[in-house]
Design a protein around this ligand. Structure first.
Ligand code: HEM
Length: 412
């Protein structure tokens, strides 16, 4: 069934207009939860807006494949990426893969994100959180919280984990913005497929040098683990190695930046919830979870049917794709009480912001730890806080959130 409302998913500007996006999604959840979308420049897909359906699809990973269409990109970009892959130069990250290969590749980096490894990292992350809150105090009483703070903290954490030198962090940040923000004028390198591809080639160029250096001299960091990773006794291919770095380096910070800045915005817009958190610091765990649900930085992933099937009675043929609307699932009134209320004590909170199933976010525990650390440092030191200008969202269909959050504040 076609439905005008579902066209929002294929319109990058809708992602920068939350009331419009949420109104369309609420309509779809109620009236057309498996909506057919056929809107250029994208290939057709079905938009899945109910929480339960998104989970069912992600659970059945043998029926619903990530390949060949893991995220929504234009048909031209899709074809170009495929031709690059066929020629041995494309991007094939964990999110592009299916089992059994996916499982083997995921294992290579997995230990770095387990609770034990993260416990060892806690002191370092806490020190960094303090460094960035100190910086806020120094540059106050006004700043652009996104540009001055939220971007840098998670970038610093993931780059340090990888083992990259600090002078390269700005370059990684710029390339990530170009990749995830490819639809947004402020972030994109250009509008042609070749310009988008150039970003990827820059990533690959940087990381192939890194691979060579870590293979020659392993240094015990995550980059060395990836460079020296083996599958069935064989070294990872060049494409798989470079792609691994790209996914960790990019997914590891832009998403967290969006959750941090959107989380602070929600606290400013809901001063009662900020007060609650001030008086009950033990709520930090549920508060962070609510910030992640509220912002849902990853807007979508896609899956393609391996065989003819149905979703909620709607027939979907083998080879057709579904768009998993995480933002919609996370406001599903059948799952969440008062889904449009920001509640720092919300429990349970079965949000889908980290996905579900075999592709469940590899860095979820790290992201949570970073956010707990930053807000636990910030909130007790915060006096007043208000907007000093309009918050501005990025117009991107994949990973997105605030581009600018001008604030005025006092900090101890
Ligand atoms: C996968 C969200 C932070 C690394 C994913 C997925 C989502 C997601 C939705 C796909 C799950 C699925 O298909 O079911 C987020 C959000 C974050 C965040 C909202 C922050 C608030 C991080 C961090 C890292 C990371 C800090 C650090 C390395 C990855 C990787 C994958 C992934 C490697 C691919 C996993 C796979 O396909 O097996 N993330 N992520 N993410 N994320 Fe995150």
């Amino acid at each position: 069934m076609t439905d005008e409302a579902a066209n929002v998913f294929a319109d990058p500007t809708a992602y920068a207009d939350e009331p419009r996006l949420h109104a369309a999604m609420a309509h779809l959840r109620a009236h057309n939860p498996v909506a057919y979308v056929d809107k250029a420049p994208y290939r057709p897909f079905y938009a899945i807006t109910k929480h339960a359906d998104i989970m069912d699809i992600e659970r059945d990973h043998n029926l619903w494949l990530s390949e060949p269409r893991p995220v929504l990109v234009t048909a031209v970009a899709d074809d170009f990426a495929k031709s690059q892959l066929d020629s041995g130069a494309g991007l094939r990250t964990l999110i592009h893969m299916d089992d059994p290969h996916h499982k083997k590749v995921r294992t290579i980096g997995q230990d770095w994100f387990r609770p034990k490894a993260l416990r060892d990292l806690q002191i370092q992350v806490d020190a960094l959180a303090k460094r960035y809150v100190d910086k806020m105090a120094e540059i106050g009483p006004e700043c652009d919280f996104v540009e001055d703070i939220a971007v840098h903290f998670p970038l610093y954490v993931i780059m340090s984990l990888l083992g990259l030198p600090e002078e390269d962090f700005p370059r990684m940040h710029q390339l990530t913005q170009e990749m995830f923000g490819a639809d947004d004028k402020e972030y994109q390198r250009g509008t042609t497929v070749e310009e988008r591809m150039a970003t990827l080639l820059d990533f690959f160029d940087y990381f192939s040098k890194l691979t060579a250096s870590r293979r020659a001299n392993p240094t015990g960091d995550l980059a060395s683990a990836i460079a020296n990773g083996r599958i069935d006794g064989e070294p990872l291919s060049d494409v798989d190695t470079a792609s691994y770095y790209v996914i960790v380096a990019s997914a590891g910070h832009d998403t967290t930046k969006d959750a941090i800045s959107g989380g602070l915005r929600a606290l400013i817009e809901n001063p009662g919830e900020l007060d609650r958190l001030r008086h009950e610091p033990d709520l930090i765990g549920t508060a962070v979870e609510e910030m992640i649900r509220w912002t849902t930085p990853v807007k979508e992933f896609m899956r393609t049917a391996a065989a003819d099937t149905t979703v909620r009675g709607v027939p979907i043929a083998a080879g057709e794709s579904v768009y998993l609307a995480y933002t919609s699932g996370n406001r599903d009134e059948e799952i969440f009480d008062d889904p449009f209320t920001f509640d720092v004590g919300r429990f349970p909170n079965k949000h889908l912001a980290f996905g579900y199933g075999v592709h469940f976010c590899l860095g979820a525990a790290l992201a949570r730890m970073e956010m707990r650390s930053l807000f636990s440092e910030l909130i007790p030191r915060l006096g007043s806080i208000e907007f000093a200008g309009e918050p501005e969202l990025a117009a991107t269909v994949f990973v997105g959130g605030l581009k600018h959050l001008p604030i005025r504040y006092s900090l101890r």
